[in-house]
Design a protein around this ligand. Structure first.
Ligand SMILES: [Zn+2]
Length: 327
């Protein structure tokens, strides 16, 4: 058993008024970009690891990478880094326990696909274990559409506001992921779900269900709410990918003005994964197309890292408002 505190990490006990970015990472370049962006803007940050990332990168290596990230942040001049290592979409008690034992400071148990009572029972079991070690637990009520690593669903079911008090009270969870129309992946909506801007021909996605969010906040005043699937799928990256030989027709995300509005409410953790995947891929494709003779990975992973860093800073400052919250 390793306590996350020994690794210099913090848990996700969070305040309102802005949202903390939860950026997924799978490799060194992504981690460097996240830490540089967070250190420069003095933003608390949640390093998010999915089950797929854990299998991809190896759990031991991941733990030391997170510990290294804290030291790297200090080296960059960030005196008191607030970095959390969080399990994204834990699907079993065993996985969550293993992450707690391995130095994660926060875990998500996603039992949202189970019947309500089973969701409560499994979530409570994880909470009872994690809280012994001061590890915070995110739970989920409602179902998001889209595909993300092992998680996928064809349709979304909004969170039922009438269930949230009972759920939060009986499970003891520290934060709650809800479904109000965000979605996993780079194809959040089908063209049929969208309208088309008559001027540009671009897809305009349906708005988030802010009425559901308001009803949840009324039921659970001040309770930390989490939004998954909140990439905005920047058109400039999609265009770059398509220009340099990729094929991402009609990729569409959540408009940033909607996320900005959510970040100012009780939503205090916003998950962004697809956008950094797009930035990485766009930068790599550009180098491959422009310099076909290049075969030094640093020459294409480097620009990918720079573009991701730019993206993370933009999210922190212009969308989530978390800059300067962790001096
Ligand atoms: Zn998610």
């Amino acid at each position: 058993m390793v306590s996350y505190k020994e690794l210099g990490l913090v848990n996700t006990a969070i305040k309102g008024g802005y949202a903390i970015p939860a950026f997924n990472f799978n490799n060194m370049e992504q981690l460097q970009a996240i830490i540089k962006a967070s250190a420069e803007t003095k933003s608390p940050v949640i390093l998010q690891v999915s089950k797929g990332a854990r299998n991809y990168a190896n759990q031991t290596l991941l733990r030391y990478m997170a510990q290294g990230a804290v030291e790297y942040a200090k080296e960059l001049g960030w005196e008191h880094p607030q970095i959390c290592l969080h399990l994204d979409h834990g699907d079993s008690f065993e996985l969550c326990k293993s992450c707690v034992d391995f130095g994660f400071s926060s875990v998500m148990i996603d039992a949202s696909s189970l019947p309500y009572e089973e969701n409560i029972a499994l979530t409570k079991k994880v909470v009872d274990y994690a809280h012994q070690y001061d590890v915070t637990v995110e739970a989920e009520l409602g179902v998001l559409a889209g595909v993300e690593d092992e998680v996928s669903s064809a349709v979304s079911h909004y969170t039922k506001p009438e269930e949230v008090v009972d759920f939060a009270t009986r499970t003891g969870c520290d934060s709650l992921a809800i479904s109000i129309g965000t979605s996993h992946g780079a194809y959040k909506f089908t063209p049929e779900q969208c309208t088309r801007d008559p001027k540009t021909g671009k897809l305009v996605p349906p708005p988030l269900a802010f009425d559901v969010l308001d009803a949840i906040m009324e039921q659970l005043p001040g309770f930390p709410i989490v939004l998954h699937g909140s990439s905005s799928v920047p058109q400039e990256y999609v265009d770059m990918i398509n220009q340099y030989g990729g094929k991402l027709p009609d990729a569409v995300g959540i408009p940033e003005e909607q996320l900005r509005k959510a970040a100012k409410s009780a939503v205090c953790k916003i998950n962004i994964d697809s956008d950094s995947r797009l930035a990485f891929t766009a930068a790599v494709r550009k180098v491959f197309a422009e310099k076909p003779g290049e075969f030094d990975p640093r020459k294409y992973c480097g620009p990918a890292r720079d573009l991701m860093e730019e993206l993370y800073k933009h999210k922190i400052i212009n969308v989530l408002g978390s800059d300067g919250k962790a001096e």
